[in-house]
Design a protein. Structure first.
Length: 263
């Protein structure tokens, strides 16, 4: 039994991967208007799909594989540390010359295709020095690991030795801690997302509980003092068209350590 599964009955519930998103800057993009890129408090289903796909070495043209993976994701998030500063806004001003070359995660420069001078001004919001914990499972679990239908062990192996450098939301957001850690801390057993989040030991320098959290409807309480609201969250992407669309019902609330929730 993993360290995070303390209190779970042997064989009870699902097996979850435990991820840790921690960096000097984190970005969980929300609905963007004009040149303003906001950040949500928790990662989107589309962002998590892209993170896994990057670790697996998929290309953007593998739309069907991306879509199938996103459709199988069941996950929740807990904000162990909100950071001391609150969201930071980066004002970016760039003059891009024709044939400008830029860095990519493929390890080789990429050139602009346009032939005209470009002046770009935009704003991007970030969480500074924050730590967000995730629990993830796949539905269906799919016990046959391959690139088109990975299982949890395939995803864990890819996060441990990713095909490309990983970033959390935006390319400047390089993790300061391994996203997935092998061993007992890398998995937890619990019947629901909420229960899995409650079983995780707090990260280093975590804020005092209860912690802000998000979990899918049907995967934890939907009423009570620790539930703030139930809402339709627009965080899914149509990977075939490249556009965001579609919602899922989620619960925003708080999670307490399992010792506090056990009678």
């Amino acid at each position: 039994m993993s360290a995070g599964a303390a209190g779970a009955e042997p064989g009870a519930g699902h097996r979850w991967l435990v991820l840790r998103l921690e960096a000097p800057l984190l970005a969980f993009g929300g609905v963007a208007i004009d040149a303003v890129g906001v950040t949500r408090d928790f990662p989107a289903a589309s962002m998590l799909t892209g993170l896994f796909a990057n670790a697996l070495g998929w290309t953007r043209t593998a739309a069907a594989a991306h879509q199938a993976l996103q459709d199988r994701l069941v996950f929740g998030a807990r904000r162990d540390r909100a950071g001391p500063f609150g969201p930071l806004t980066d004002s970016q001003n760039a003059r891009l010359e024709p044939r400008e070359r830029g860095w990519t995660s493929w390890g080789r420069p990429e050139e602009r295709g346009g032939g005209s001078l470009g002046i770009h001004r935009r704003q991007r919001d970030y969480h500074a020095d924050a730590c967000v914990r995730l629990v993830v499972r796949l539905e269906p679990a799919d016990d046959t690991p391959d690139l088109d239908a990975p299982d949890l062990d395939t995803l864990a192996a890819a996060l441990e030795r990713p095909a490309r450098p990983l970033f959390i939301g935006r390319k400047p957001c390089l993790p300061s801690h391994p996203i997935w850690t092998p061993g007992a801390a890398g998995t937890v057993t619990a019947p629901t997302v909420h229960a899995a989040l409650a079983r995780l030991p707090p990260a280093a320098d975590a804020d005092e509980p209860p912690w802000s959290a998000l979990w899918p409807a049907g995967e934890g309480p939907e009423t009570g003092a620790d539930v703030h609201r139930v809402t339709a969250l627009a965080d899914r992407r149509n990977w075939r068209t490249g556009l965001h669309g579609g919602t899922r019902l989620v619960v925003e609330g708080r999670v307490r350590p399992i010792e506090e929730t056990t009678p």
